[in-house]
Design a protein around this ligand. Sequence first.
Ligand code: MN
Length: 730
Amino acid sequence: MDNVREAYEHLEKKVLNYNPGLNIQRLRSAFEFAENAHRTQTRKDGSPYITHPIAAAEIVADMGLDEDAVIACLLHDVIEDTSIVYDEIAKKFGVSVANLVDGVTKLTRVVYTTKEEEQMENLRKMLMAMAKDIRVILIKIADRLHNMRTMEYHAEKKRREKALETMEIYAPIAHRLGMQKIKWELEDLSLLYLDPVGYREITDALESRRETFDSFMQSIQERISERLEESGIKCKVYGRIKHIYSIYRKMYSQNKELSEVFDLCAFRVIVDSIADCYNVLGHIHDLFKPVLGRFKDYIGTPKPNMYQSLHTTVIGTEGIPFEVQIRTWEMHHTAEYGIAAHWKYKEGIDRHADEEKFAWVRSLLEAQQDTDAMDFVQELKINMFADEVFVFTPSGDVINLPAGATPIDFAYSIHSAVGNRMTGAKVNGRMVPYDTELQNGDIVEIITSGASKGPSRDWLSIAKSSEARSKIKQWLKKEKREENIIHGKAAFESELRRNNLMTTFTEREDILPAILKKLSFATLDDMYAAIGFGGMTATRAVNRIRDELIKAAKPSHDKLLLDRINQQPAEAQQKVGKASNGIIVEGVENCLVKFSRCCAPVPGDDIVGFITKGYGVSVHRSDCPNYLNSRARPEEADRWIRVSWANSGKESYQTVLSLTAKDREHLVIDIATTLAAIKAKVRALSVREIEGGLAVAQISMEVGDRDELRFAINKLSAIPGVNEVRRGGV
Ligand code: MN
């Protein structure tokens, strides 16, 4: 326990050193809180668990992060590994610390599986975007670095897994954030577990030539130092052997032995000003012969991760090439700690130049003009992927969608067939409404069914990606054809009926091919679609049929058939009986007509009239159960009379629809939206729950005719979760 206390005190001293304003009591109570929370746990090496958060916090302190970040790092495993919850941390250490711990916990829970490079890139982006606050990533990197340093105590399998994840996810993130020193260490530690033999080969070879390297580096270092001292340039010169993984990569990518890899040594000259950098470069090129094409000016043109330095490769005394990096102290800290150094050494930096070199946080910097360095870090959010969201498929693939994307976008990004057959969506195992906004790291599962009615038009306003929208539109266009066919068929049949040709036509299907050929349609559906679309009138089609029927009847002198064909159309009868309420009652003029409530007929329905005792004629559908029952009763049989629809088309007719659906949020809104979209005249809409998690909606509405009603039923049926839409009340 003394070791633990010592380790903590070392940390405290380190933080106090760069942050004299530290609230020591607060840091200490975070340490004690974490120590207590982890008290029953030990690390693989047998030491108390708290040694890990302290060591990770040391790394965070090396980065120079603020008090909240150091505290959050001490607490980073308590939500994941102990019974402590968010609220407790928020109460004790504030919401800011609690959010950081929560963020690290979420990253820890992301499941990693090996994927192709493109997938890895998305996974990296997802982690960055999930973190929201850059400090979450930095704490996570510190956590991972310490775990990698102590990985030897783990089983072989776990070591390899973690090493691979570190190599593919965390080292590139460290690189992106410009944290060169940490990136190197992560890479070397990963390599140690991924290819221990290759790793040892290099370290052994380097070790065996240690003396040669040492004396070589020392002599070069001295020559450079002396020369610069003579010239009055204040500087520090360091020599080092490049990190193992970079040597390893060179050996394997160029298929070389270590002895064939030159350029193993690198020197670093650190000076006070940019002007001195270029001065030093001149002296270096004067001392040693530069290798052509190897000079790079990352001061004039910084790397995207804001790295700056002058790089040159020169040939040393024994013909051995080596690299020299020349930079200022500020550039050096930036190179070591990347974004973390950004606020640490912010004081006294030309802010404008600073913005230039770190393009992706520029907008944030501009918004932060007047806040001090510590506030800046609090506000610094990763907004580089603000317009994207990264989610998982159930099998762990990362899908990249525009921000605000919904399960509909997700489904169509998998495949249009998945979108078109979607009947439900789960996010993190829970059923969600289609308009749910997906969050980074969500696991999204789409439920499909062959019985799906396909996308509905309102999906277009829910989908955020142009891909999903265009696929939905494509489907609707195809569906429109089906709608057109339905409309066209109804219009055609009604025209046939009006001309009393319905029966005749169905009896003489053999004339159909000739008719279609005359009208230039391949199929009957094509003809219906054209009628529905308005490309041809139903009258024209029926006239054609009449002609064909006459032609067919003539050779056989089919008297009966001809009689039927030449029968007066209904229109002629209409002139005899005067329409009342849109209805022509056979043989009766100006009678009172009302529509029965039981079946609420609309134009296009086959109808019959019933002479009531007080109110004239009541109109029923010919398939109305009341009519069918009544007809069976002899005493009522002669009260049923023939009625037909007048051709007015201007009136509207009230009808009732019942809709059964899975009871869910927004159901009423979806129904109302759909009804509004088709401009239905709704008189009343009520929804109530019934057993089995279902809901029943009763919709009283006015429609112009049967086609309009069919259209409405069609649309309502397409609402997600709707099982059935039928005419009549409940
Ligand atoms: Mn940890």
